[in-house]
Design a protein around this ligand. Structure first.
Ligand SMILES: [Zn+2]
Length: 391
């Protein structure tokens, strides 16, 4: 097999670029999904697509359940207008292109895996290939949520484990889901003319006070818990007392309890501006959840994690164990007590930037890692008793 793998990695790069050339901002993945569906159909798979444009194909196993899900997200952070030109740096064995590593390469690897497994004897259990939408930005993992709702609602029912593919981060094994909650806080006030109505409540003045209160929060370092006001907007002109203002807040924690705690602290701050006094001044403060990524984890000594570590070591790649917690599509299975890991295909850099790049040389090993992990997990599920499987 190793003799083919370098030509496989060439083919993989060509597929990755073909995928990368199709714009797929979160929420507009249809064209890219159609390409993936056609590629899987060409390999002989019966392919299905749901309303969100998640693409599904199944390599039937000796037994249907507990099934293994292998997934890669199709969406990117780049708006449709971004120039998707690719540039090769042969000398440093790199290819530059927005979204190439995150996650066109991951999607191409998923198709490659489906191709390799089709030619092999039936695996011990069903293996579902899912090219899912909605991982980035405000996608809120909706593709993965829908995929797991669908796959666990089938007749055979049980999904036993999941492997999530990311194009970059080959040396990483993510097995802890970083939980996050995102809010949009919106303030309205009577407003008016900056001179003649001076003294009337201002939505901007109130929002910046509220925002300042949030910046005074001191979340724990351990478990690491963070906040960020990433967007703030409001008002209409410099000489108008603002009638509207809003901010967007991102809260994250390694532990669900710590996340709940900082959410409650933020809500306590908001409620200070919802008192009768403020109501009488004509002020309303509302908050809406705009993102909710559930947490969850499997232990560092879980068999799936140990298998991933052994797989990397077998390829002489040192696992980067400090990078085991992240917000990925694996949040969904992990939050539902389904063991899951997120693994990479190669190394790269500048993700979410237009000068994003991937290294071409590690891809061969990345494919070995992916295939090895998939085969290991299918074997493990084939042998597993239900108690085995809990995360
Ligand atoms: Zn990604």
């Amino acid at each position: 097999m190793s003799s083919n793998l370098s030509s496989d990695s060439q083919r993989l790069i060509e597929w990755s670029i073909a995928i990368q050339q199709i714009a797929a901002p979160t929420g507009a993945e249809a064209a890219r999904a159609a390409w993936v569906a056609a590629a899987l159909r060409d390999l002989g798979y019966a392919v299905e697509m749901d309303d969100l444009h998640n693409v599904y194909a199944c390599r039937a196993g000796e037994q249907r359940a507990p099934a293994l899900v292998v997934s890669a997200h199709t969406d990117t952070v780049f708006p449709a207008a971004v120039d998707l030109s690719v540039r090769r740096d042969e000398r440093h064995h790199r290819i530059f292109g927005p979204g190439l590593g995150d996650n066109s390469l991951g999607v191409a690897a998923l198709i490659w895996l489906a191709d390799v497994l089709r030619a092999q004897p039936a695996p011990p259990v069903d293996i579902w290939f899912v090219a899912n939408v909605g991982e980035e930005g405000n996608g809120d993992l909706r593709g993965m949520r829908a995929a797991f709702d669908r796959l666990t609602a089938t007749e055979s029912g049980a999904v036993g484990a999941a492997i999530v593919i990311e194009g970059m981060g080959l040396s990483r094994i993510v097995h802890q889901a970083l939980a996050s909650r995102r809010f949009r806080i919106h303030v309205t006030a009577p407003g008016g003319h900056s001179w003649s109505d001076f003294g009337a409540a201002s939505a901007v003045h109130l929002l910046v006070q509220l925002a300042a209160d949030i910046t005074q929060l001191r979340p724990p370092k351990n478990p690491r818990t963070t906040f960020n006001i990433g967007v703030i907007e409001g008002g209409t002109s410099v000489n108008t007392i603002a009638q509207h203002a809003a901010l967007e807040l991102d809260l994250r924690s390694e532990e669900p309890a710590a996340l709940e705690s900082i959410v409650q602290q933020v809500q306590a701050i908001i409620s200070r501006y919802q008192t009768v006094r403020w109501q009488q001044a004509g002020v309303t403060v509302t908050s809406a959840v705009i993102g909710d990524r559930p947490g969850g984890a499997i232990a560092a000594d879980h068999p799936l994690v140990e298998a991933a570590i052994a797989s990397l070591r077998g390829l002489h790649i040192k696992p980067q164990m400090s990078m085991r917690i992240s917000s990925t599509d694996a949040n969904i299975p992990l939050s539902r007590s389904i063991p899951a890991v997120c693994i990479g295909v190669t190394e790269g850099g500048n993700a979410h930037r237009t000068d994003e790049w991937i290294a071409t040389q590690p891809i061969e090993n990345g494919l070995r890692h992916l295939l090895g992990m998939t085969q290991w997990a299918a074997q493990w599920l084939g042998k597993a008793s239900p108690s085995h499987l809990s995360a």
